[in-house]
Design a protein. Structure first.
Length: 455
């Protein structure tokens, strides 16, 4: 247990209401959405300003006390679990949009802003922040995990939207990295260093994000195929045709089966591609729809549902939302291990075929952001059913190794956390030594989110 003297010192920094050692609060901050073992922090704090963050980080560094930043805990690899206990720093109270620079297509935000809420407000200005991980994630958590999602195929990942950051370093120093210019060749790209660092190098207390204009019209297509290969070949055909989908999702027959059962719908239980395209006019989109249809039919599509306009898009995409929830609901008592690898697009068909073989015999659902070469497999099991869990872990390992062999990555978007640490030496080789040197340089006492990245 943490010394009461320390609690009192923390309360003098934050105020009595913003420091808690309550068991239920600590339990809430002991896990993310993954199966990884829970670890309760000793104390949870809620900062309101960068200066408070700086003060407490300096204080913790002098006492070798671990600090793990906390967005809202929707990670899938154990990223915000405070494995060395200490302080969980929750950014829920630093949740303000500070300025909207409409003419610059930028927004200044605090890290606790939930991106979906932010996009509702930005929508009134005709703007939006495209990375879309689906869950109710915070901007701090998205930057720290370099999150992406269904729109990445057209718009890129979170890293492509970071212009400027305020970061508190592990010794308490406050630094400002990046700028608001649309281009810059000025020195090392420190915004990139902190993006995807999962709270291991410093704490982000403010960000300037790049935005894009809201698309004016939409076209959506759901295409059904007789085999997985026909569907994955279509991904390559569409991407190499010059068409630019704003979303391109693959769902295997088992996912459709569970969605039918869970939602009471009746879609073809066959490999499916869901696509979205943005454009100005219905006429232009109609022409593109013709090309998409042609490509799908060339790849043996047996059924196409399609439409133009926001309502049609919502109708066609409704089944994709909350896929993970439908899977979880259908297997009460089991936990998901969510695999997440990405490969070059030319290897997408091969990796999906490999995954399908590897998970045969497991309770497994394959889907993913196909246009990014990103595959997810949700495998349901119980970590304490050792015999079966060993098989799940083995499949996960084989899939990751195959993705790396294909010159891909062990994690397309969920980050390293606890789950992917063991694969970093294989993926990065000597590069990992450099990462470790950077970590030691910035955080010699290893207080920032320890036991992540490096085993
Ligand atoms: C149903 C579901 C679907 C998902 N789909 C996707 C998807 O499609 N794409 C995708 O990329 N992810 C997806 N995720 C994973 C998750 O939503 C993202 O990784 C998200 O970015 C996590 O944000 P968070 O606010 O929950 O952060 P948390 O989980 O609380 O934290 C994430 C990491 O960021 C660090 N951190 C938090 N705040 C700060 C800060 N201010 N400074 C420094 N470090 C900080 C934490 O220490 C931790 O390491 C999904 C999750 C769920 C549950």
């Amino acid at each position: 247990m943490i010394d009461i003297k320390y609690i009192n010192e923390l309360k003098s920094i934050f105020g009595d209401d913003w420091v808690s050692e309550g068991t239920s609060i600590r339990e809430l901050h002991s896990h993310d959405e993954s199966f990884h073992s829970h670890t309760m922090p000793d104390v949870v704090v809620w900062p309101h300003t960068t200066e408070q963050v700086s003060k407490v980080v300096k204080w913790a560094n002098e006492r070798d006390m671990p600090i793990t930043p906390w967005g809202v805990g929707t990670s899938l690899e154990g990223n915000p679990i405070p494995v060395h206990k200490g302080i969980s720093m929750d950014f829920q109270e630093m949740n303000k949009i500070l300025a909207i620079h409409r003419e610059d297509f930028q927004v200044d935000v605090q890290p606790g802003v939930v991106y979906k809420e932010m996009n509702k407000i930005l929508g009134h200005h005709g703007l939006f922040f495209p990375p879309d991980p689906g869950a109710a994630a915070t901007i701090g958590g998205m930057i720290a995990n370099n999150a992406s999602g269904i729109r990445t195929v057209k718009y890129g990942a979170t890293k492509d939207y970071i212009m400027k950051l305020t970061v508190v370093l592990p010794d308490g120093r406050i630094i400002y990295v990046g700028n608001r210019a649309r281009k810059s060749s000025s020195g090392y790209n420190l915004c990139s260093l902190f993006t995807g660092s999962e709270g291991t190098l410093g704490i982000i207390t403010e960000a300037t994000l790049r935005l894009v204009g809201l698309p004016s019209n939409f076209m959506a297509v759901r295409a059904v195929f007789p085999t997985v290969l026909d569907a994955t070949n279509t991904v390559f055909s569409i991407m190499s045709s010059g068409l630019v989908p704003s979303a391109m999702e693959f769902l295997d027959d088992k996912v459709i089966e569970i969605l039918n059962r869970d939602r009471g719908i009746s879609l073809h239980e066959m490999p499916t591609l869901l696509m979205e395209f943005n454009g100005f006019s219905a006429t232009g989109l109609k022409e593109e729809m013709g090309y998409v249809e042609e490509i799908c039919l060339e790849n043996r599509s047996v059924f196409l549902d399609k439409g133009i306009g926001a309502a049609e898009r919502a109708r066609l995409w409704e089944m994709r939302h909350l896929t993970l929830e439908s899977i979880k609901r259908s297997h009460a008592g089991l936990l998901p291990l969510i695999m997440d690898v990405a490969v070059p697009l030319s290897r997408y068909s091969e990796i999906v075929a490999f995954v399908k073989e590897e998970v045969k015999g497991l309770v497994a659902y394959i889907f993913g952001h196909a246009g990014d070469g990103n595959v997810h497999v949700v495998v349901m099991g119980k970590p304490d059913d050792i015999e079966r869990w060993v098989l799940i872990e083995k499949a996960n390992r084989n899939i990751v190794l195959k993705a790396i062999e294909f010159e891909g990555t062990c994690t397309g978007e969920h980050g390293v956390g606890i789950g992917k640490r063991r694969f970093l030496p294989i993926e990065h080789g000597e590069g990992l030594v450099l990462m470790k040197n950077i970590k030691t340089l910035l955080d010699p006492n290893n207080i920032m989110n320890p036991e992540k990245f490096f085993v």
